[in-house]
Design a protein around this ligand. Structure first.
Ligand SMILES: Nc1ncnc2c1ncn2[C@@H]1O[C@H](COP(=O)(O)OP(=O)(O)O)[C@@H](O)[C@H]1O
Ligand SMILES: [Mg+2]
Length: 237
């Protein structure tokens, strides 16, 4: 059974739907990506999973439970961590305080949280060096690491990543790329939404193409990399 199964999801902010009858499956242990142009509806899809939209229909089933109308604060409790686009770190708080906020649901187990924090520092050694520094003073790439690490502090069963490499220098994009691969290899299930199709198809095993709020194509990443429509529209080939 899939860890996450979305069927016929339609969602709107006001009257006109932004997502139309979207279906998608994320198997346990999988690395799935949804690629699409700017405004295709990628962030909206993740927001629906996190319970942030009210005007929704269809179904979103996580581990056998329909979470479509679950209030947003209940979603992390199920083990779904969301790294939003634009990072949203708490600028005045230190790196380590930001990380511990992500572990709020696990606050009663201090030893386990400390262990998760050490794992985040092992993944991103630069965060250990800067752990007492206000997060707002970090570079964009380092703030992305904080946002990523904060999500890992939940010890999630499903990680939702919204364009983690957007606006970062190529070297930092490469670090993010490697971090995603390492985290997936450690056993975490990932759903990544990306405008950077080339990067997304190189890390994920299965991909969906979202076009104007509708699922246009899906298949193994290796097959989409060879698909003439994907190559022409998204890879500039
Ligand atoms: N808070 C909002 N209120 C109203 N419309 C929104 C809001 N956020 C996004 N939209 C609209 O929904 C559509 C999909 O946006 P979004 O999910 O952010 O796309 P993507 O992440 O693929 O760039 C766009 O047309 C966008 O203008
Ligand atoms: Mg977006």
């Amino acid at each position: 059974m899939s860890l996450l199964q979305i069927r016929g999801l339609t969602a709107s902010y006001d009257r006109s739907p932004v997502l139309h009858e979207v279906s998608l499956e994320v198997p346990e242990g999988g690395f799935i990506t949804v690629v699409g142009a700017n405004t295709a509806g990628k962030s909206t899809l993740l927001r629906c999973i996190s319970g942030l939209l009210d005007k929704v229909s269809g179904s979103i089933v996580f581990d056998g439970q329909d979470i479509l109308r679950l209030p947003p604060h209940r979603v992390p409790e199920l083990g779904i961590a969301h790294v939003p686009e634009g990072r949203h770190v708490f600028a005045e708080m230190t790196v380590e305080e930001n990380l511990y906020l992500g572990g709020y649901c696990r606050r009663r187990d201090a030893a386990a949280l400390k262990q998760s924090c050490d794992q985040v520092y092992a993944l991103f050694p630069r965060l250990r060096e800067r752990r007492r520094q206000a997060a707002g003073t970090l570079s964009g790439g380092e703030q992305q690491m904080v946002a990523f690490g904060r999500a890992l502090m939940l010890k999630p069963r499903l990680l939702l990543l919204d364009e983690p490499s957007h606006g970062l220098a190529p070297k930092v994009v490469e670090e993010m790329h490697q971090a995603m691969i390492d985290i997936h290899r450690s056993g975490l299930t990932i759903l990544l939404v990306e405008q950077n199709t080339r990067l997304a198809l190189s890390v994920a095993d299965h991909a969906y193409v979202l076009q104007s709020g509708e699922m246009a194509l899906s298949g193994p990443s290796s097959a989409l990399l060879e698909d003439s429509r994907v190559r022409a529209a998204y890879l500039g080939l």
